[in-house]
Write a new protein. Structure first.
Length: 452
């Protein structure tokens, strides 16, 4: 009994000690949990702080980028003003003279002073000679008119020809206008068209130039197009251009949750559906282009654009200004600004072959903003290119069959046309697997699952 009492006493002590240890261990665990919570809290704060720092750095970088862009624009403008400021003077005077001609408010003394001052300060600028020729013409001085015309043509035949074609058109002198247009067309190379050609094409297709000019230009374009259509290198270039453009009409965010759940071929089906979407989306694009574009530029607007068109020696600074203005518009996002800049530069700033120009009329419609008739001309000439490239996209569609597995019911289809066969297979499956009471409900649920 005594041994039993001692053992009981020892057990009581051991129990108390264990309880004490347990209490201490519980305290330690509580402390550890508290530390974990504090560590998690610190980690969250550090994460939040890190996000704030990243956001701040991004904001500072974008602000700095915008500031640098604004400074670059100011720097370029100073260079342009110092080196080519006289260009703007000639441009403003030319615009004012054309307005004065239209309003019949020209004075002989003003013209005399004007032509001498312009020629004296701007000896190497085509528009200065064109302005002088126009002044001499108004003064009825034929000899000097022809002299300055020849000087202008020596410096820039294309711009001089367009200028006097538009001026005569503005003054309702149709025959001289048409003659200058013919001269301009003889200067043009379909492999290297002047960047102003698209403007003339837009005027001609709108009917402003008259039926004779429209027939003349469209016949020339058809002749050029047939010549370039035999160029395999151009064909390959257009193939790449159109494939890149058509790929933008794929539906990248297409959702097919039930097919993904019940078909191992979901990726292939999704890829086919995304490619098939090109037809619908491109059709809507063409429909919008053909029926919702009512842009018609006036002669005055086009003439002003020609007058203020940059010369090659100032173009590099103006291009840099364009990029910097896009950086500012994109809030310092260099990647987005460069993307927009390359798109606009490739579409407008360089001379292009006829087929590339026609493609750009369709692909970059928002940049050019041309009238519907010009769009129709481009589409009618390029229809074979468009159809060929759509068929190339069609080759990316993978043939089935594609399998669907719903709760051990397996069926297949290549294009969905065998719907009756699938229904029969489904009815047979339900008849074999389920009781009469379940059949109608099961069939309904499976069909809902398959079609999504």
């Amino acid at each position: 009994m005594e041994a039993l009492a001692i053992s009981a006493a020892n057990l009581d002590i051991i129990e108390k000690n264990l309880k004490s240890v347990a209490d201490e261990l519980s305290g330690v665990i509580n402390n550890v949990n508290q530390v974990n919570e504090e560590v998690n809290s610190v980690e969250n704060k550090v994460s939040d702080l890190n996000d704030e720092i990243k956001s701040l750095v991004k904001e500072i970088r974008e602000t700095t980028t915008i500031t640098n862009a604004r400074q670059s624009i100011m720097f370029n403008e100073n260079i342009i003003q110092k080196k080519y400021g006289y260009y703007d003077t000639v441009r403003r005077v030319t615009e004012a003279l054309l307005e004065a001609i239209e309003n019949s408010s020209i004075h002989k003394n003003t013209l005399e002073e004007l032509k001498e001052e312009i020629l004296l300060n701007n000896p190497n600028y085509w528009l200065a000679n064109s302005l002088a020729a126009l002044s001499y013409w108004l003064l009825d001085d034929k000899e000097n008119t022809y002299k300055e015309l020849n000087n202008a043509l020596k410096k820039d035949q294309a711009k001089t020809s367009i200028f006097f074609s538009l001026v005569n058109l503005k003054l309702k002198r149709i025959n001289p206008s048409l003659n200058w247009l013919k001269k301009y067309l003889t200067l043009e190379d379909p492999y290297n068209l002047d960047k102003n050609f698209i403007v003339i094409l837009d005027l001609v297709t709108s009917g402003i130039y008259g039926d004779e000019a429209k027939q003349l230009v469209l016949e020339k374009i058809n002749l050029w197009f047939k010549r370039l259509a035999c160029d395999n290198q151009l064909k390959e270039k257009q193939k790449v251009k159109w494939q890149e453009f058509l790929s933008t009409f794929k539906e990248s965010d297409l959702a097919i949750p039930y097919i993904e759940k019940y078909s191992e071929d979901a990726d292939l089906i999704k890829a086919n559906l995304q490619t098939s979407a090109i037809y619908k989306n491109f059709y809507y694009y063409l429909e919008n282009l053909m029926f919702n574009n009512n842009s018609n530029k006036s002669i005055e607007e086009i003439l002003k654009n020609l007058i203020y068109d940059y010369e090659s020696n100032e173009q590099v600074y103006q291009n840099d200004n364009l990029r910097n203005n896009l950086i500012i518009a994109c809030n310092g996002d260099l990647q987005e600004a460069d993307k927009l800049y390359k798109k606009q530069e490739s579409a407008t700033s360089k001379n292009q072959d006829l087929i590339t120009l026609l493609s750009n009329i369709i692909i970059n419609k928002d940049i050019f903003n041309l009238n519907v008739e010009t769009q129709k001309v481009a589409i009618s000439l390029l229809k074979d290119y468009i159809i060929t490239n759509i068929k190339e996209e069609e080759k990316n569609i993978i043939d089935g069959p594609f399998y669907i597995n719903v709760n051990n019911f397996v069926t297949k289809s290549s294009d969905g046309k065998n719907i009756d066969e699938v229904k029969n297979d489904l009815n047979a499956y339900v008849n074999n697997e389920f009781s009469e009471d379940d059949k109608d409900l099961i069939v309904l649920l499976i069909i809902i699952n398959i079609i999504g």
